[in-house]
Design a protein around this ligand. Structure first.
Ligand code: THU
Length: 130
């Protein structure tokens, strides 16, 4: 299954009864394996999680910590960019030049990179203490 097919398939399992906005995300890890995640909402709204977070959690749970490609798909008319929190989560595991495709179920695709999504990201190099 391709990254796109994985994202479309997992989107079907999204738990989004409050927003009715289903999102699917698929990431390819450094080993080439694809991990997928969907948004999982909660009646206590802030407890909901994004599709990207689910895909990252699946990758880390499988023992991998580097991602090389990302695909995010939603049912909106225009491609949906990852939220701010997900941009930070993606930058934890992916280099700035990692390509991220934002897509719609209707077939519109827009590509960007993790670095473009989060310029000046807070990274490990900023945690140096004297
Ligand atoms: N959402 C994602 O899962 N990923 C994104 O990139 C944007 C937003 C989800 C969170 C929430 O369940 C719903 O979309 C509406 O914000």
């Amino acid at each position: 299954m391709s990254l796109k097919e994985s994202a479309l398939a997992v989107r079907e399992n999204a738990h989004a009864p409050y927003s009715n906005f289903k999102v699917g995300a698929a990431i390819r890890s450094a080993s080439g394996v694809i991990y997928a995640g969907c948004n999982v909402e909660n009646i206590a709204y802030p407890e909901g999680t994004c599709a990207e977070a689910g895909a990252i959690a699946a990758m880390v749970a499988a023992g991998e910590t580097r991602l090389t490609e990302v695909y995010v798909v939603a049912g909106s008319p225009a491609p949906v960019p990852p939220c701010g929190g997900c941009r930070q989560k993606l930058s934890e595991f992916g280099a700035p030049d990692v390509v991220l495709t934002m897509a719609t179920t209707g077939g519109v695709e827009q590509t960007t990179t993790i670095g473009e999504l989060l310029p000046g990201a807070f990274g490990a190099e900023h945690m140096q203490d004297d």
